[in-house]
Design a protein around this ligand. Structure first.
Ligand SMILES: Nc1ncnc2c1ncn2[C@@H]1O[C@H](COP(=O)(O)OP(=O)(O)O)[C@@H](O)[C@H]1O
Ligand SMILES: N[C@@H](CC(=O)OP(=O)(O)O)C(=O)O
Length: 507
């Protein structure tokens, strides 16, 4: 007799690209059904806002504060058209429209008061995930799957109150297990809002006060948190690519720049396995495919994490396996020295001091005070060079300008403060226009990797401004001029991935 496969509980996260329109949402619903029927999966869904909705809401909030006008037309049209195309009507449709109206009223408040705090910005942005979850749950129900949309805070996601960049608190873990499992045990598929949560706080006017967001791309973190806290068998993040690729296929696909980029490494291929450490380093150093903190909950609970493709490209070609991210199982080995390459832009800061005792301690204390992270560092007795994450330096509203920074370096209150502190201990120079190119590599063979990297840069005449190897067990980074970063990635990709394996080392 046929023994049915064991039921596995899986978080399935669908990002903006996977739920960008009616067609994709219908495909997501079929994919979920197939997992349930063919693979005995009991899923919990996590959804991001549809397509570019988050950007649209941020732009609408900016317009409300800058121009005093409220324009939600693009976001409204996308959702209303999707409801129509999916034939969603009745209560399911009116809930979505009510939420759109509420979002509009929030924007009217911003325009009227002329105030847009990080807290209000988070509230505005949260409508994106709350809208998409309702559309996805309604689509599943139309396909005969019992599904219920749930706000992240309804399943216990409690965060710090750092609006715009909140972190889930440990107390979430118990709450999630207690609220998610009963819903699933009764045979319902929860559809949870990614990216958002609520800070711990007093119960206000019938609801838990405020809404927070987990930073751009934060739905990956929600998915990991839910799966880890509820002790699931796997967390799957479904993307528009076949998993983690050996390099991005688009140049600087960072969320700050919306330009359509030429393909950077068309030969990039999916990596079958990476470790949590490797994935986290890759995400932190620029690969937009995963949220940098998303590995943490799964690593803590030992729950495997998989990045897979939600695009069924061809019915004759079964869905790609994706990339399995787990505690062991690096793609690097004695012969495969590098598993992926990424890059990101940053600013470089150089400080000089005459060998005083405690110099570096004072430098680090200043970074700690202003909560600015250092990406790559090179130091000697008399000087220290560091690169800073450009995203952290983005100008925020109501912040005075820092006149003496060179063009290309963004200004922020934190950077102004940091500079003032550092100038007490050293002569400081800040320059923009640098990129960090990072190789997720077998650091055990770092000499081979570094010599191959330097030879490749030498071939192209690209100056290597800094190099950092072995600071983490899996990462070798170089700093190059920003305008040469794409070339550098392409050449390194050619060298490490587009040659026969026996040449992939230090040739
Ligand atoms: N190393 C990489 N592997 C795969 N994708 C990458 C990599 N680096 C950057 N990306 C980009 O990440 C995108 C997928 O991430 P994202 O847009 O955040 O997905 P989603 O919105 O579905 O969560 C891909 O389209 C790709 O351009
Ligand atoms: N919608 C949010 C959160 C998110 O995770 O999105 P995505 O899964 O599409 O990267 C954002 O755009 O940042």
């Amino acid at each position: 007799a046929l023994v049915p496969p064991p039921i596995s509980r899986v978080v399935m996260k669908f990002g903006g690209s996977s739920v960008r329109d009616a067609e994709r949402i219908a495909e997501v619903a079929s994919l979920v059904r197939a997992q349930m029927v063919e693979h005995s999966v009991q899923p919990c869904l996590v959804c991001s806002a549809m397509g570019k909705t988050t950007n649209g809401l941020l732009a609408a909030a900016d317009r409300a504060i800058d121009e005093g006008t409220v324009d939600l037309s693009t976001v409204r049209a996308l959702h209303v058209d999707t409801l129509d195309a999916l034939s969603i009507s009745g209560t399911d449709a009116s809930e979505v429209v009510e939420l759109l109206d509420k979002c509009e009223r929030t924007l009217e408040g911003v325009a009227l008061l002329g105030e847009l705090s990080p807290r209000t910005r988070d509230l505005v942005v949260s409508y994106g995930e709350r809208l998409s979850g309702r559309v996805v749950a309604a689509t599943l129900r139309r396909q005969g799957v019992r599904a219920q949309q749930l706000e992240a805070w309804d399943v216990g996601v409690v965060t710090t109150d750092e609006f715009g960049e909140a972190t889930p608190l440990d107390q979430s873990w118990e709450g999630i297990a207690a609220s998610l499992l009963p819903v699933m045990e009764e045979g319902t598929v929860p559809v949870v809002t990614g990216f958002i949560g609520k800070p711990r706080g007093r119960r206000l006017a019938g609801h838990w006060g405020r809404v927070t967001t987990l930073g751009r791309g934060g739905s990956d973190l929600t998915a990991s948190l839910l799966g880890a806290a509820a002790g699931f068998d796997e967390v799957q993040v479904w993307k528009d690519v076949d998993g983690i690729l050996t390099a991005d296929t688009r140049a600087d696909c960072g969320r700050q720049r919306a330009r359509a980029d030429p393909r950077i490494c068309p030969a990039a291929a999916p990596v079958a396995r990476v470790t949590f450490d490797e994935a986290a380093e890759l995400a932190y150093f620029g690969a937009q495919v995963l949220h940098p903190l998303a590995m943490q909950p799964c690593r803590r609970a030992g729950v495997p994490f998989r990045a897979a493709s939600s695009l069924v490209k061809n019915s004759y070609n079964p869905a790609a396996e994706g990339t399995l991210i787990s505690a062991d199982g690096s793609a690097c080995s004695e012969t495969r020295l590098v598993s992926a390459i990424t890059s990101k832009n940053g600013a470089r800061l150089r400080g000089e001091e005459q060998g005083a005792y405690g110099f570096l301690a004072r430098v680090f204390a200043a970074f700690d005070r202003w909560r600015i992270s250092i990406d790559v560092i090179a130091s000697s007795e008399v000087s220290v060079s560091l690169t800073l994450n450009k995203n952290q330096l983005l100008e925020r509203r109501s912040i005075s300008a820092l006149e003496h920074l060179p063009a290309g370096v963004e200004r922020s209150e934190a950077l102004v403060g940091l500079m003032a502190d550092l100038e007490q201990v050293a002569n400081v120079r800040v320059s923009g226009g640098h990129s960090i190119v990072t190789l997720i590599a077998n650091v055990g063979c770092s000499s081979a990797v570094v010599s191959a990297v330097c030879a490749a840069m030498d071939r192209l005449g690209i100056p290597v401004q800094m190099i950092s190897q072995g600071a983490s067990k899996v990462n070798i980074s170089i700093v190059v001029p920003e305008e040469r970063a794409v070339e550098a990635v392409q050449e390194l990709h050619r060298h490490f991935f587009e040659q026969p394996p026996d040449c992939a080392g230090a040739s």
